[in-house]
Design a protein around this ligand. Structure first.
Ligand SMILES: [Zn+2]
Length: 104
């Protein structure tokens, strides 16, 4: 996995907005979640250690602003989605540049 370009707060929010269909907290029904992130670190990556092994899984988290319910999402899945999104936006940006160069 490529960690050279971390998932940003905006990209993590975009992931939840575009991929997740569950809008309300399953614990209390509240609508607003906060992503665990900061401007200097981007989306915070949590390492979950599997006891008695050398296995570590990476996760992103969001929490309900009303009751504190925490959701975890696999960083592998989110980062893969972010990578494809970046590639899609890069190719779309290139197409717009070509169009502009032609004066259209
Ligand atoms: Zn809640």
């Amino acid at each position: 996995m490529d960690f050279t370009q971390k998932t940003t707060t905006e990209e993590l929010i975009a992931f939840f907005t575009e991929v997740s269909t569950q809008d309300n907290c399953p614990s209390c029904g509240h609508e607003d979640f906060t992503v665990c992130s900061s401007s200097d670190l981007g989306a915070w990556t949590y390492a979950q250690e599997v006891l008695h092994s050398n296995i570590v899984t990476l996760e992103y988290k969001v929490y309900c602003e009303k009751c504190g319910y925490i959701r975890s999402h696999s960083a592998m899945v989110v980062d893969r989605w972010v990578k494809l999104r970046r590639e899609s936006q890069a190719s779309a940006g290139g197409a717009r540049e070509v169009k502009g160069d032609n004066g259209l």
